[in-house]
Design a binder for this molecule. Structure first.
Ligand SMILES: [Zn+2]
Length: 61
């Protein structure tokens, strides 16, 4: 399962969340530090590109 890096806007903590690709846009992620839901997914990681997601799905099928 891929890890997704997140950054809490409230306390600026960065953390990784493990989840399925199908959950990425549905799952409510909260900060492990302050429990805030005001978190952003870091898109700098190359695993976030749609190309690699497509490749990942392809590899699993
Ligand atoms: Zn936080």
């Amino acid at each position: 399962m891929p890890h997704y890096d997140h950054l809490c806007k409230k306390c600026k903590k960065s953390f990784a969340v493990e989840m399925k690709i199908s959950e990425v846009d549905k799952k409510k992620v909260s900060c492990p530090e302050c429990k805030s839901k005001d978190v952003t997914r870091q898109v700098t990681n190359q695993s976030f590109t749609s190309e690699s997601i497509n490749r990942y799905v392809w590899d699993k099928s």
